[in-house]
Design a protein around this ligand. Structure first.
Ligand code: SAH
Ligand code: SF4
Ligand code: F3S
Length: 436
């Protein structure tokens, strides 16, 4: 049997793509191995969102080559799409370059490789296809990703995704619900709906469900207890999503709503298509919900032209919203993006200074938010056991990590079970408690 090894970087979309690619390869008679040394085919599913992503990929490909003479190498994902055939020039040992919009063609591409083709590509972005396969090999038996929309039609000035993942294509609600039911029958209880912008979901089937209706329907499938979704774009985020959460307890108390900046000047320069006031209206919907919704966001500091005053507006936004968590990044220039044309770049040291200030402020906010849970009993889905600390690892509906012990030691595994846990202590990034 031919053997393959795959390494994956990037977002949840990429992680889930790899699950589908793995399933496709296994279906074609390949076996998965845990190290490149054992493999005939070495695949690298890449991310291009920040920093010197391309250079890192080429460095890793060099390293693969040095240690693994005579194997077949393939580059998948966002760097594959972005760099295309240039990869063959810079890394001549690579034989396959395929972006996520072409994964449907992987079986044919594999045949071409097997019949001795040295350079095989899947790089067209001109597609209506979504990558759906019943073969998906999920690596978690309780919690499953389901893609509902691929690609992105926005044009945020800093972002490579529209160029690496192509135009928006939605899956039919029928196919999403069928997959959910199959997963529920296999014992999955948590579903995470995925897309670069799930709020742009347009059901191509006659049912014509809106995103909020689809969310609700997934949460009503027998056996499903938790539904999450990521990522939301503020401009397309409708009040109907919060109404659905209010009406359906299986939809988790969690919304990730990337703001990027608290300054209207910067938001405009970023081409984000909303103002701070538009964004705050959506936050108000969440705060007015009778659910206790945990809100998280993404922030970029040091976008070209971001003044000290702009940055202070982002800091003030953190105080106003009181996020449960944030992902924050220094702006980095990306190939093909509109922001390349902007001047007025912020020096790296200054970006670093702003990032530190932002993260310190958020740490204090998180400590305070998490302290509010002390004394409360929360339901967790158990994700595993940490041998080093002797604690079980649980996840609350708000997606907070709640590490806990049981009153008596248990021999059996609790992983995948739902338990009530009393919160006893709180840190900035996790809670500690005891099962009740
Ligand atoms: N579709 C998602 C974004 C995916 S990228 C959305 O619209 O929210 C995840 C995060 O990476 C973005 O929200 C942004 O904060 C960050 N990011 C994207 N491009 C970046 C760049 N060039 N420099 C720094 N951070 C970036
Ligand atoms: Fe990138 Fe903007 Fe699309 Fe998100 S919405 S993937 S940040 S272009
Ligand atoms: Fe990275 Fe591509 Fe995801 S650039 S963040 S893997 S969409």
């Amino acid at each position: 049997m031919k053997k393959f090894y795959i390494e994956t970087f990037g977002c949840q979309m990429n992680a889930h793509d790899s699950e589908k690619v793995i399933g496709t390869l296994i279906d074609k008679g390949y076996g998965q191995v845990e190290s490149p040394e054992e493999a005939d085919l070495v695949l690298y599913n890449t991310c291009s969102i920040r920093d010197k992503a391309e250079q890192k990929v080429f460095n890793r490909l060099q390293e693969f080559k040095r240690k693994n003479k005579g194997k077949t190498f393939g580059v998948l994902g966002c760097v594959a799409q972005q760099e295309g055939e240039r990869i063959f020039e810079k890394a001549p040992h690579v034989s396959l370059v395929c972006g996520s919009a072409s994964y449907n063609h992987l079986p044919q591409l594999l045949v071409q490789l097997e019949t001795g083709n040295r350079r095989v590509t899947g790089l067209s972005l001109d597609t209506e296809d979504t990558f759906e396969t019943p073969m998906t090999r999920r690596d978690n038996p309780h919690r499953a990703y389901i893609t509902i929309i691929e690609g992105c039609d926005k044009a945020c000035a800093y972002c490579v995704v529209p160029y690496t993942r192509g135009p928006e294509r939605s899956r039919t609600s029928e196919s999403v619900l069928r997959e959910t039911r199959e997963l529920a029958e296999l014992g999955y209880s948590e579903i995470q709906l995925l897309g670069q912008n799930v709020n742009s979901y347009r059901d191509p089937s006659p049912a014509a469900l809106t995103f909020a209706q689809l969310l609700d329907a997934v949460g009503r499938v027998d056996g499903i207890r938790r539904v999450r979704f990521t990522t939301s774009h503020p401009r397309d985020f409708g009040k109907d999503i919060i109404d659905a959460m209010d009406a359906n307890p299986n939809l988790c108390n969690q919304v990730h709503l990337p703001v990027q900046s608290g300054s209207n000047n910067v938001l405009a320069a970023m081409q984000r298509l909303y103002t701070r006031e538009d964004y705050m209206r959506r936050i108000e919907w969440m705060k007015n919900s009778h659910r206790n919704i945990a809100i998280s966001t993404d922030i970029i500091v040091g976008f070209p032209g971001e003044s000290e005053r702009d940055f202070e507006q982002t800091l003030a936004l953190l105080d106003e919203v009181e996020y449960d968590s944030i992902f924050s990044f220094k702006y980095s220039q990306r190939p093909n993006t509109p922001a390349l044309k902007l001047d007025d770049h912020i020096p790296d040291g200054e970006k670093g200074r702003r990032l530190t200030i932002l993260q310190e402020k958020q740490r204090t906010i998180q400590l305070r938010r998490n302290a509010d849970y002390i004394g409360h009993v929360e339901e967790v889905m158990v994700e595993g056991f940490n041998k080093a600390t002797g604690q079980w690892i649980g996840r609350t509906t708000q997606h907070k990590t709640l590490n806990f012990t049981t009153p008596q030691p248990t021999e059996e595994s609790l992983t995948g079970r739902y338990l009530s846990v009393r919160v006893l202590r709180a840190g900035p990034n996790s809670l500690v408690g005891e099962a009740v």
